[in-house]
Design a protein around this ligand. Structure first.
Ligand code: PLP
Length: 379
């Protein structure tokens, strides 16, 4: 079955009480056990509950199989991935990794005896990049906000040859557009706060793997750290995922149209989309994803006043985050990537003039008209 059908029908085989077409929200924190064995399907909510279990079933189904774990936030899922590392181990990450991941790695790893190495361009990773202690490569592709593309198959081959795990933060693509587990990655993490939930009103994270031993350890981290998704939020995410393919398809189509429009606009200096960096990256993107997604970045012409442009916009809200039904625009240098030094930002290609647009489901004609009037007002 295709993903839009799976997203809606994943729980069809589960028998719901009264024939209800949506699962119930089970709020119990504890469950009665069999006195003879002190056992039961569920015992305590942190360890598992029926609503979260149904969500995890949906999340695994849309990923094309494997075991999925739902967390309270995307960062909790990322933390669970890093719990696979032990003292002395090292992880390689892209220099433009998500700001929260950057914070976690730079603030906590040193105290935990964990090593980390940021590389400017994961495309240039080779055998010499790996040391004895390299145990993990953590990738986002396309990268944020430059939308540079990394060849997942190549990284998987390299990392596995050196005994390192590959973890992919697939927040920007979602399993609708890219399935890293199919390409050999060991673990996928996502901020479900973004496209999966899609309405800018819910924080959640997910980690998925097809390796049983890894799954056991991610499940342990979920229970031991305790950053689990609540039953209410699990229920809401089950419902939100039903429209994920539909929303993303519309958002992506609009993003493609907006990118094309901005490329022809004389107030825009550059437009960044997955594959725009080079023909090689375009070919990689085409080989590992079914589309570019719905986030694009652009640089204003120096003659355009950035603040006036942002103030003049009527539709996109000036806010961090992405993936919601409403369009959002942000200024990475002062917002999402503020924690990086100016030099690190320059190396990563994040200029002060760069803006990132997360395209929502509004009518694309209105979005383009709004961008045009704001550009005109800001010159
Ligand atoms: C938002 C985001 C995260 C963190 O997710 P939270 O739900 O905010 O904890 C991780 N990775 C990427 C790429 C993100 O955009």
């Amino acid at each position: 079955m295709h993903i839009q059908t799976v997203a809606v029908q994943a729980l069809r085989e589960n028998e719901q009480e009264h024939g209800a077409v949506v699962p119930p929200v089970h709020l119990a924190s504890t469950f009665e056990l069999d006195p003879a064995t002190s056992d039961g399907t569920f015992s305590y909510q942190r360890g598992g509950n029926p609503t979260r279990a149904q969500l995890e079933q949906v999340l695994s189904a849309i990923e094309g199989g494997g075991r999925a774990f739902a967390f309270a936030t995307g960062m909790a899922a990322t933390s669970a991935a890093f719990s696979l590392l032990g003292a002395g181990d090292e992880v390689i990450l892209s220099a433009s990794v998500y700001g929260g991941t950057y914070r976690l790695v730079t603030e906590y790893f040193p105290h935990q005896g964990l090593g980390h190495r940021f590389v400017d361009d994961l495309g240039e990773l080779d055998d010499d990049s790996f040391t004895e202690s390299t145990r993990m490569v953590f990738i986002e592709t396309p990268a944020n906000p430059t939308l540079r593309v990394t060849d997942l198959r190549r990284i998987v081959e390299l990392a596995h040859a050196h005994g390192a795990l590959v973890v992919v933060d697939n927040t920007f693509m979602t399993p609708v557009l890219q399935r890293p587990l199919d390409l050999g990655a060991d673990l996928v993490v996502q901020s479900a706060t973004k496209y999966l939930a899609g309405h800018s009103d819910l924080l959640a994270g997910v980690a998925t793997t097809r390796d049983d031993a890894l799954a056991d350890r991610i499940g342990l981290a979920q229970k031991a750290y305790g950053a689990v998704l609540s039953p209410f939020d699990s229920y809401r995410l089950i419902q939100d995922v039903k429209t994920l393919p539909l929303r993303l398809e519309r958002q992506q189509a609009s993003a493609v149209e907006i990118a094309e429009h901005l490329r022809g606009h004389d107030a825009i200096a550059a437009v960044l989309t997955p594959g725009s960096h080079s023909a090689e990256e375009a070919a990689i993107q085409a080989s590992q994803a079914t589309g570019p997604g719905a986030v694009l970045s652009f640089e204003l012409d120096p003659a355009v006043d950035r603040v006036r442009f942002l103030e003049a916009l009527q539709i996109p809200a000036f806010a961090v985050s992405l993936g919601g039904v409403e369009s959002l625009i942000c200024h990475p240098a002062s917002m999402t990537h503020e924690a990086m030094t100016p030099e690190a930002r320059e190396v990563a290609g994040i200029s002060d003039e760069l803006l990132r647009l997360s395209v929502g489901i509004e009518d694309v004609r209105d979005l383009i008209a709004d961008l045009d009037q704001a550009l005109a007002a800001a010159r």
